[in-house]
Design a protein around this ligand. Structure first.
Ligand code: KIV
Length: 261
């Protein structure tokens, strides 16, 4: 999948696989994989930089990682870049500047958290030819007001999320990420809108799934969440590799003659 057009066309067809990743090195693995599309998530702030929340991600940080990822993917995968905190809340002009930065860095689309109060920004970006992906449910940039909690568990909360998903669709967005939403609600939203839903902690009824590279490869033992499945034991591999290197250096078995000039 190489574009927002192909992404939208997958609605109701084969599930879409998306990975959130940040570096050129990760991009090389993703380029060689069958994974459909890549998100340069603002989780770069927590996963790569060790910040407490994604609030620390800036437009410049997002553009730098987007450019590194775009160079690795070489246009072969649909590439989405996250809008960082408040970039959609300062009005249309600043939002266009941020979108231009991310698209010039190589993104094919931007992802924006929330909808209420910035529908006009979503609509303006879309009408400017910029594909936009929404993000509803647990929106980590709002952690200080909503916490890290499953959203839409009450009747009112569920109705509100359904309404927001319809507003994202009405604004012309190409899809929507649903984060930490009860599975039955995510399935209901998926059936109610004509754009793909991408779940993370939102059950199997979405049109696709997204996980963070480091979480799904077991590289982040300090983070656990019910929705994460580790598809490889990356932590064991790296830890054993580092120990083997140290042991070889201290035992003077590395470098060998073959590894010397
Ligand atoms: O920042 C991110 O990685 C994300 C995904 C987890 C959806 O927003």
């Amino acid at each position: 999948m190489k574009s927002a057009v192909e992404f939208k066309a997958r609605k109701g067809k084969a599930p879409i696989s998306m990975v959130s990743a940040y570096t050129h090195w990760e991009g090389k693995f993703l380029a060689a994989s069958p994974v459909d599309c890549v998100l340069v998530g603002d989780s770069v702030a927590t996963v790569v930089d060790g910040e407490p929340t994604t609030v620390a991600a800036t437009p410049e940080i997002m553009a730098r990682h987007t450019a590194a990822m775009a160079r690795a993917l070489g246009g072969q995968k649909f590439l989405i870049a996250d809008f960082p905190l408040l970039a959609a809340r300062k009005g249309i002009g600043p939002a266009l500047d941020c979108a231009a930065l991310l698209l010039r860095a190589g993104a094919h689309a931007v992802k924006i958290e929330g909808v209420d109060g910035h529908e006009d920004v979503l609509r303006h970006l879309v009408q400017s030819g910029i594909p936009v992906i929404g993000h509803l449910g647990l929106t980590p940039q709002s952690v200080h007001s909503i916490g890290y909690k499953v959203q839409g568990k009450t009747k009112e909360g569920a109705a509100n999320l359904l309404r927001q998903a319809k507003a994202v669709e009405a604004a012309g967005c190409s899809g929507v990420v649903l984060e930490c939403v009860p599975a039955d609600l995510a399935a209901e939203i998926t059936a109610a809108i004509a754009i793909p839903t991408i779940g993370i902690g939102a059950g199997a009824g979405c049109d696709g799934q997204v996980l963070v590279f480091h979480d799904m490869l077991g590289l982040n033992p300090g983070f656990s969440a019910k929705f994460v499945r580790t598809f490889a034991d990356g932590n064991k591999l790296v830890t054993e590799g580092l120990k083997a290197y140290h042991d070889a250096v201290t035992a003077r078995t590395f470098p060998s003659d073959r590894e010397s000039y």
